[in-house]
Design a protein around this ligand. Structure first.
Ligand code: PBG
Ligand code: ZN
Length: 318
C-alpha cells in the first residue's frame, strides 16, 4: 500500500484550508463505570463519569475545542425520565466539564429520548397506539434542553426530528431566562442504515432494527429536505445540520446557497465504521481518506464537521 507521511497529510489539509476549528468531537458519556471501546467502532470509547476529565484533557491537547455529548444512561423507562434528571449522566457531565474547562471547551448536547426510553424510538408513543406522539415528545424535548441549559451547556442539538421541536425548545429556554443558549437542529437527518453502529452501542436491545422513517427525512426528495431546514431556521435554529455526510454533498451545496447561519454535517457511526473496516484490511489509507472526505465536505459548503475521527485528524490540521 502507498505510504503517506505526516508532511503529506499536513500539506493536503493546508491546501484544503482545513482547520481544527472545523471539527466537532462526539463524546459518549456513560453512566456505567467502565471505560469501554465500542465493538463496532474501534478507537471510540464509552467514557464513564470518572474518566471524563482525563479524556477531555486529550481533546483540549489536540486543539479541538468543540464536543457533542451523547448520554448513555443506566436506566430506561417508557417516559424516558432519566433524560431530564438533574443528576442524569449528561447533566452531571456538563457541570463537571464547565467547572474544569470553562470556556476552553464549547459543549453541544444531543437532545433526544431514544437512549432513555424502552422502545429506542426518538419519540414517546401515544397511550393506545404504537405511533409517536409528536406534541408529547416536543414537550419532553424542551424539558431536556432546559435541564441541559441549567447544567451549563452552550448549544443544544435536538435530534429527534419531531415537528416544531426547535420552536418549543426555544420558547422553553427563553421563558426560563436561557435565551443565550444556541440551538443546533439536526434538521435534515435522513432515514439511514448508517446509524446502526450508534444504535447498537447505545441501545440495550442492540439487534433490533428500528424503523424511524416516519419522522426522519427520506433521501430521495431534496425539496422536502430543504423545507425541513427552512422550517428550522424559521423556528429560530441558530445552526442547522445535515447527515449522513458522505452521501449529501449535493444537499450541502444546495443548502449553503440559501442559508446564512452555520451549516454542520456529521460523518455518522456507519460511515466511521466503514472507513475503519476498509482501512483495517488495507484497502486504503484511513487518514488520507478522511482528509479527502473532510475536504470535499468543506468544498461543498460545510462549516463544521462532526466526526469520530476528530482527534486523530486534528494532528494534521492547523
Ligand atoms: C439519536 C441520534 C442518532 C444519531 C445521532 N443522534 C441515532 C438515530 O437517529 O437513530 C446518529 C449518530 C451516528 O450514527 O453517529 N437521535
Ligand atoms: Zn433519537
Amino acid at each position: 500500500m502507498i505510504h503517506y507521511d505526516d508532511d503529506y497529510y499536513y500539506e493536503f489539509s493546508k491546501k484544503s484550508n482545513l482547520t481544527k476549528n472545523n471539527l466537532i468531537f462526539p463524546l459518549f458519556v456513560d453512566e456505567s463505570n467502565k471505560f469501554q471501546e465500542l465493538n463496532v467502532m474501534p478507537g471510540i470509547f464509552k467514557v464513564p463519569y470518572n474518566k471524563i476529565i482525563q479524556t477531555l484533557e486529550e481533546v483540549v491537547e489536540s486543539g479541538v475545542h468543540s464536543i457533542i455529548l451523547f448520554g448513555i444512561p443506566r436506566l430506561r423507562n417508557s417516559m424516558g425520565t432519566a433524560a431530564i434528571s438533574k443528576n442524569g449522566i449528561v447533566q452531571k457531565s456538563l457541570k463537571l466539564i464547565k467547572s474544569n474547562f470553562g470556556n476552553k471547551i464549547s459543549t453541544i448536547t444531543d437532545v433526544c429520548i431514544c437512549q432513555y426510553n424502552d422502545t429506542g424510538h426518538c419519540g414517546l408513543f401515544k397511550k393506545t397506539k404504537k405511533v409517536v406522539d409528536n406534541d408529547l415528545t416536543i414537550e419532553l424535548l424542551s424539558n431536556i434542553a432546559l435541564s441541559h441549559a441549567i447544567a451549563g451547556v452552550d448549544i443544544v442539538a435536538p435530534s429527534s426530528m419531531m415537528d416544531g421541536q426547535v420552536k418549543r425548545i426555544k420558547e422553553k429556554l427563553d421563558i426560563n431566562g436561557y435565551n443565550k443558549i444556541k440551538i443546533l437542529s439536526f434538521s435534515a437527518k435522513q432515514s439511514s442504515s448508517l446509524y446502526k453502529p450508534f444504535r447498537s452501542e447505545t441501545f440495550f436491545h442492540s439487534t433490533n432494527e428500528i424503523d424511524k422513517s416516519t419522522y426522519q427525512v427520506p433521501y430521495h426528495n431534496p425539496r422536502e429536505i430543504q423545507r425541513e431546514i427552512e422550517n428550522d431556521i424559521h423556528e429560530g435554529s441558530n445552526m442547522v445540520m445535515i447527515k449522513p455526510a458522505m452521501s449529501s454533498l449535493d444537499l450541502i451545496y444546495r443548502i449553503k446557497k440559501i442559508c446564512t447561519i452555520p451549516l454542520v454535517v456529521q460523518i455518522v457511526s456507519g460511515e466511521y465504521s466503514m472507513i475503519k473496516a476498509a482501512s483495517t484490511i488495507g484497502l486504503f489509507d484511513e487518514t488520507m481518506y478522511i482528509l479527502n472526505l473532510i475536504s470535499a465536505l468543506k468544498r461543498s459548503g460545510a462549516d463544521k464537521i462532526i466526526t469520530y475521527s476528530s482527534l486523530h485528524i486534528s494532528k494534521f490540521l492547523i
